[in-house]
Design a protein. Sequence first.
Length: 190
Amino acid sequence: MITTIRKICLGKRIELEGLGEFYLKFFELLQINQTIWDLEDLVRSDYLSISEKVSIKSQIDQKNQSRNDEVSAIDQLLEKTYHVQDRHDYSKLIPESPGMTLDKLTIISIRLKSIKQIISLLTKNKPLLNEYKGKYEIVLSQLEDTLGYLKYTFKALKLGEIYFKSYQPVKIYNDSRIRQYIDSINNKNH
């Protein structure tokens, strides 16, 4: 399992057909995070108007919801796979679900890919090239450490040594009812 996840994170060619639902969900999470990464890069551009930036920010919000949904779907799948149950034993509860760790892995993967692209452009600037090669090694180390943690997590889940809880996100900033209520209060006070 970890070998396949590593290959996906490092951008190795993989035949997704027949890999199974878990890998497809992980790959979908990677694609969602890549879209968010690209949109966030775009919104930082100096050449966009305020209205264009607002529109992009709205797209980022929508993609973040998709990201949360995909993390939850991965956790639910893993709960079924490993028969995870809440045992109220906090010494065995891991606070970050595997889905959240996999989400972190996708971000590390995207960062590696971006640094690799930057390195390919820095052929004439040796000091900057060396700096970014160092950054690549740091992020690669983060990838390997996170993969090691996941390997341990999956093994310990299988053996029933640990468990995790899947929490539903509690969002309050997208609740239009609250926004309307606050606006109405602000309008009465002015």
